[in-house]
Design a protein around this ligand. Structure first.
Ligand SMILES: Cc1cc2nc3c(=O)[nH]c(=O)nc-3n(C[C@H](O)[C@H](O)[C@H](O)COP(=O)(O)OP(=O)(O)OC[C@H]3O[C@@H](n4cnc5c(N)ncnc54)[C@H](O)[C@@H]3O)c2cc1C
Length: 400
């Protein structure tokens, strides 16, 4: 057993830490205020090889390990606690990987090099107004017409649509190709929405992580060529779950980074802030919550990196996918909650200062709530996945 990163990973982490500390930390408040991640910064990320980090070198990607991808997510979370930059990075990373795994060569050659250069966003388009958790019940359909498919339906809370329309890219989209079936009737399409007609887009205003857009899309007889189908027809549910499993580990890694930087900020403050003639860190009411959070953060770090390490093990056929799914769900269940608890506690240590925009912790509070409440799957759904893996499929609560 070895609890250390390899020498190469340590060096990579150090370079990555320095990059985001000098390039992202100074602008994270601006990203939140302006609801926009500057293009120059995205270009710098691309130059460092952070975009398309899992994609093959053939398409310009870094072909890095999943542990490496998690390191980047952690360092981003530390330096933009709104988590908007983390969303930009991790959605592209997970769904860019799925695109490479399941798209036709022509599509990969067109979009992955753009993703790597920071000129395209690859998003996920699953949730519908009737609900996001019950993926098998989606209603959007894709019906064959000649060599095209005609899409009808609505998708909501979709991240990155504005970014796609302003640059390029597309959405890995779940649709029913056999509407009479549940998950076995779902196919995955890559929809290059900028090049398609008959899609109405409206933007939703979120309370946090405002640097990346969230949208409602209405597909009204919107046609796409059949070459945009990912993998086999009616197997899309499984490919999507693969993408969610990967994305959730990176979500957890970014929440880990956020919790680490927030607690560090808190430690500095309580050592210096005095009340009743002593640093407040001396009081158990402050020190004990610190020790509890600090311990949980250290324990969670092991969980998140074990999940990432399992992905690499799975790629080498050394573990079963089920194990990855379980650790991914455990990480996604734990980390947004822990990051939320951490930011709330550290705000409390700051007294009235904690409530100010000047301090900036409120940006983290608003940001992490997105992952606590829903994005990439709710906490209850993570519990159902863990329960299924621990107890067996027959214990899934919504199955007869
Ligand atoms: C900021 C943000 C960005 C997002 N970006 C995207 C995106 O890019 N693409 C995309 O497709 N989606 C996106 N989503 C949507 C997200 O995936 C959904 O919010 C999530 O899947 C939950 O769906 P829902 O909001 O419809 O809640 P519902 O599914 O309606 O659930 C409501 C509540 O019921 C609970 N619940 C549901 N079923 C059960 C059960 N069986 N047992 C116990 N509790 C249950 C849930 O945990 C939740 O608390 C985003 C969400 C947010 C907040």
């Amino acid at each position: 057993m070895d609890f250390e990163f390899s020498e190469v990973e340590k060096m990579f982490k150090e370079v990555t830490r320095k990059f985001f500390e000098s390039e992202l930390k100074p602008i994270y408040k601006k990203i939140d205020q302006q609801s926009y991640i500057p293009k120059e910064f995205i270009k710098k990320m691309a130059k460092q090889g952070y975009l398309g980090i899992l994609n093959s070198q053939k398409y310009g990607g870094s072909e890095a390990s999943f542990v490496t991808a998690a390191i980047v997510a952690e360092e981003i979370g530390k330096n933009d606690i709104s988590l908007a930059t983390a969303v930009f990075y991790l959605v592209n990373t997970a769904w860019g990987y799925i695109l490479e795994k399941y798209a036709k060569e022509e599509i990969k050659e067109e979009f992955i090099p753009k993703l790597v250069k920071g000129e395209a966003f690859i998003g996920i388009c699953s949730t519908e107004p009737t609900g996001g958790s019950d993926v098998a019940s989606i209603r959007t359909t894709a019906i064959k017409k000649g060599t095209n498919y005609v899409i009808n339906g609505e998708k909501i809370y979709i991240s990155g649509v504005k970014e796609i329309l302003e640059n390029d890219g597309g959405l890995v989209t779940l649709v029913k190709t056999k509407p009479e079936l549940k998950h076995r009737g779902i196919s995955l399409f890559f929809l290059p929405i900028k090049r398609m007609k008959n899609i109405e887009v409206s933007y939703l205003e979120n309370m946090g992580r405002t640097g990346i857009s969230t949208s409602l899309l209405r597909f009204k007889d919107s046609e796409v060529e059949e070459k945009y189908i990912l993998g086999n027809l009616n197997e899309g549910f499984y490919y999507a779950m693969e993408g969610f499993t990967l994305a959730r580990i990176l979500v957890a890694a970014s929440c880990l980074g956020m919790a680490e930087s927030v607690i560090e900020q808190g430690i500095e403050y309580i050592k210096n802030r005095e009340a009743f003639g002593k640093p407040i860190a001396k009081y158990e009411g402050i020190q004990f919550p610190l020790t509890e959070l600090y311990t949980l953060i250290e324990a969670s770090k092991l969980l998140v990196y074990k999940a990432a390490w399992l992905v690499d093990k799975y790629k080498n056929k050394e573990v079963e996918w089920k194990e990855v799914v379980k650790f991914s769900a455990m990480s996604k269940m734990l980390l947004p909650q822990l990051a939320l608890n951490t930011v709330l506690e550290v705000m409390k240590w700051h007294g009235a200062l904690g409530y100010t925009k000047e301090l900036g912790l409120e940006i983290g509070l608003r940001g992490v709530l997105s992952y606590y409440l829903g994005a990439e799957g709710t906490t209850n759904i993570m519990k159902i996945i863990i329960g299924r893996e621990v107890l067996g499929k027959e214990f899934v609560p919504y199955k007869e």
